[in-house]
Design a binder for this molecule. Structure first.
Ligand SMILES: Nc1nc2c(ncn2[C@@H]2O[C@H](COP(=O)(O)OP(=O)(O)OP(=O)(O)O)[C@@H](O)[C@H]2O)c(=O)[nH]1
Length: 512
């Protein structure tokens, strides 16, 4: 049996460590507020020279040379160029001495007027002070990470927060930045360490120890439940991906049903061409929308018909079908007037509707996330047999439900021209989006990065191998447990840190 080697430390031995090198870091500065003219601009300075920067820029009377600068206090002051003594601006500064600052270093924030010249001259003046230099992209956050102010998931949360364009994205990013994801993964890690304690102890005791089958069983059961928890977290139904990229919504239907009219109504602008000519939309017209805080990409597709010889339109129809099949929410639009006219001509509810093959094929893909929309309800008002229209709708929905094995089917009647029921349609969409985005298991956070997915999958694989080995080979089983723990640890504190940091901080702005 392989035994672990321990290094014993002789406490009486005097260890001559090499003297520690004190690495003097540059003091970095940059504009932390947005670029461009603004009421107030904030220049952040971080590093050992931060206090010197304050003292060099302000008038002596504002803070006496020997006086301690009040921390976390907004001090009104006039700022001067330390070389020319020319006034730069009148504003405020806030002093955050280490370690209670964003970066963990000494930090000062100058709140000045947001004009280009004021910002430029103030930055130039700070640059005159020895040991200072402009920050690189994400360098403030990098220092915060290096100083243990945040872990990797929190840094990524901050990056997402800066990129968030809808309120749901913001909500999740804020939670992540404040440590919700770290807490979840750290507690999984802790559970794994606890569950592995027995195996480790057994190996440490060596050949003399006997495996207590009951304790092995307990340990194995604990690992199985942790493994299942991770697997459940991994099966998040692509919620995390959707949060970043937006949910895909496709509008499909026969030509002239009003698909472009609907997308224009939902987006409140003319995104797609509306015309009475069938086959107007050929390509997929995509619009990014924020519906109730959820990010959404909505696509208007080519009208589905098979009576065309137009090669471009045929290609557009193929793309529409593909988009429909791969969408999170499908809006299947019909022209109510057209449908009802067919009935009035045929007078036979049971006869199959005159749908073209392309439409009939797509019926197979109608699922729980499809909303059947009967548009142009305004045109129905001219008929006096509307009861039959209700029967016709029920008949059609029933047919689809039966052939697709669905318990229920979502449908709504609207008029794009008269704005009828558009609010109700939006509410239906919001409900569907809520189900898509919001996780049922409140304890488990959203999987917002592919990186987490990879480490978690590695962890599950190691745990599966552990479960296989633990019956026959305790050492190998224990090795697998250790590598499972390492995989989880990598999420918050990656081992290949430099490569990863470069990727993460590349997305940051210079003042962050
Ligand atoms: N009366 C009425 N007409 C509508 C309504 N919605 C759309 N239309 C009209 O129907 C015609 C076709 O509308 P579009 O929005 O271009 O239809 P489409 O489904 O995008 O058509 P294709 O691009 O050919 O697939 C236009 O003349 C619209 O003004 C509605 O609610 N009521």
């Amino acid at each position: 049996m392989i035994k672990r080697l321990f290094c014993s430390i002789n406490k009486n031995k005097i260890i001559n460590e090499p003297p520690k090198l004190s690495i003097i870091k540059d003091t970095i500065y940059n504009l932390s507020s947005g670029v461009g003219k603004s009421g107030v601009a904030i220049i952040r300075v971080s590093g050992p020279q931060a206090e010197t920067v304050i003292r060099k820029l302000i008038k002596k009377s504002d803070v006496d040379k020997n006086e301690e600068i009040k921390s976390r206090y907004a001090t009104l002051s006039t700022f001067y160029n330390p070389k020319t003594n020319e006034q730069l601006d009148k504003g405020m500064f806030i002093w955050f001495p280490s370690p209670n600052s964003f970066t963990g270093e000494d930090v000062v924030e100058f709140h000045i007027h947001g004009g280009r010249a004021v910002i430029y001259e103030t930055m130039e003046a700070i640059g005159l002070i020895e040991g200072t230099r402009p920050s690189e992209q994400g360098e403030f956050t990098k220092r915060a990470f290096e100083n243990g102010k945040m872990d990797l998931t929190q840094v990524e949360g901050l990056s997402d927060l800066l990129d968030a364009s809808t309120s749901f994205q913001k909500k999740i990013a804020l939670k992540q930045m404040q440590g919700s994801i770290s807490e979840f993964y750290l507690s999984l890690r802790k559970d794994l360490i606890r569950a592995s304690a027995y195996m480790e102890a057994f190996i440490d005791f060596g050949d003399d120890a006997e495996l207590d089958p009951e304790i092995v069983d307990q340990s194995r059961n604990r690992i199985i439940s942790i493994r299942d928890k991770i697997q459940q977290h991994l099966n998040d139904g692509k919620r995390g991906e959707r949060l970043r990229d937006g949910a895909n919504i496709a509008i499909v239907g026969p030509p002239n049903a009003g698909k472009s009219s609907l997308i224009n109504l939902l987006t409140n602008r003319k995104a797609s061409i509306v015309s009475p000519i069938a086959g107007t939309t050929r390509d997929i017209v995509e619009v990014i929308l924020d519906i109730d805080g959820y990010p959404v990409i909505i696509g208007d597709t080519a009208g589905l018909r098979n009576s065309t010889n137009d090669q471009i339109e045929i290609e557009g129809i193929e793309m529409a079908k593909d988009r429909f099949n791969n969408s999170d929410i499908k809006l299947f639009l019909f022209d109510s007037f057209n449908l009802f006219s067919q009935l009035n001509q045929n007078q036979n509810l049971n006869s199959s509707f005159n749908f073209n093959e392309e439409i009939k094929n797509l019926f197979n893909f109608i699922d729980n996330e499809t909303i059947i929309i009967f548009n142009k309800s305004d045109l129905l008002k001219q008929f006096d047999n509307l009861k039959e229209w209700e029967n016709l709708k029920l008949n059609l929905l029933d047919n689809i439900k039966k052939s697709n094995n669905l318990n229920s089917i979502q449908s709504i009647e609207i008029s794009c021209n008269n704005n009828e029921n558009i609010k109700d349609l939006l509410n239906l969409l919001k409900l569907n989006l809520k189900n898509l985005f919001e996780i049922q298991d409140k304890e488990s956070p959203l999987l917002t990065r592919l990186r987490y997915k990879q480490h978690l999958s590695d962890c599950v694989e190691s745990l599966d191998r552990y479960l296989y080995y633990c019956e026959h080979d305790v050492v190998l089983a224990s090795e697998e447990l250790r590598s499972a723990i390492l995989s989880i640890s990598e999420i918050t504190h990656s081992v290949n840190i430099d490569d990863l940091l470069d990727i993460i901080f590349k997305d940051f702005c210079i003042g962050k």
